[in-house]
Ligand binder design. Structure first.
Ligand SMILES: [Zn+2]
Length: 225
């Protein structure tokens, strides 16, 4: 299917690498069409558990490493407008609700996005993910009808499909699969182990299929109620 035309896309995730797993291919496809994309990354993922073995980072150096990885991933995806919002990793869930809504509202007021890509509330697994999704949905709900951007929501809890049905948007990103891989690789501090594991793993003696790289799946949400 062809991509819906967009005026401006706003991507809102709490951690560097959330965007690479969920939507790097979709972002790259839209950038290839010339659609402006702003990525508001709320934290630097500085509490990431993975410091390497042997350690490649300390608690002190990890934020700087992840900042550079994030910039490299954005370059691969073609994102020219990266906003590092400066919240603290693992504390987004404790931020004041109104502060979070204001953060999202300020971005929407400035950018007037036609589409927001974020997590699906209730199905985002991690507390920071949930807090991010809640803030985006609440902000959009408060906007006047007719002005509300469409949301492409990413859910990956085990019960996502049981509760919500199949995703109603599946974007074929196979033409930019290598860019998605490169975006994942750019977040090496978090993804190197996974890429290695995937390469080692086999399915019935065959190398694992890379079909998970071919499609990105979303729930298209129009909050018009
Ligand atoms: Zn995350």
């Amino acid at each position: 299917m062809t991509l819906q035309p967009q005026r401006q896309i706003l991507v809102v995730f709490p951690h560097p690498d959330d965007e690479a797993f969920s939507s790097a291919g979709t972002i790259r496809l839209y950038r290839n069409m010339g659609v402006p994309v702003t990525y508001a990354c709320l934290t630097l993922g500085e509490m990431g558990r993975n410091l390497g073995n042997p350690p490649f980072a300390t608690r002190e150096s990890l934020p700087e490493i992840r900042r550079e990885e994030l910039k490299a991933a954005c370059e691969v995806m073609g994102i020219e407008d990266l906003r590092m919002m400066g919240l603290r990793d693992k504390t987004v869930e404790f931020e004041d609700d109104e502060k979070m809504v204001k953060l999202v509202k300020d971005l929407i007021d400035e950018l007037n996005p036609s589409l927001i890509i974020t997590f699906l509330p209730g199905y985002a697994v991690h507390p920071d993910h949930e807090a991010t999704a809640r803030a985006v949905f609440e902000t959009v709900r408060r906007m006047p009808k007719g002005d509300r951007p469409t949301i492409y929501a990413v859910g990956f809890a085990n019960n996502t499909i049981a509760d919500n049905g199949e995703h109603n948007l599946q974007i074929d990103v196979s033409s930019v699969k290598l860019d998605k891989v490169k975006a994942l690789q750019a977040h090496a501090s978090q993804t190197a182990w996974m890429i290695e594991e995937n390469a080692k793993r086999t399915d019935d003696g065959q190398p694992m299929s890379d079909s998970w790289l071919h499609y990105e799946r979303f729930y298209v949400i129009n909050l018009e109620d």
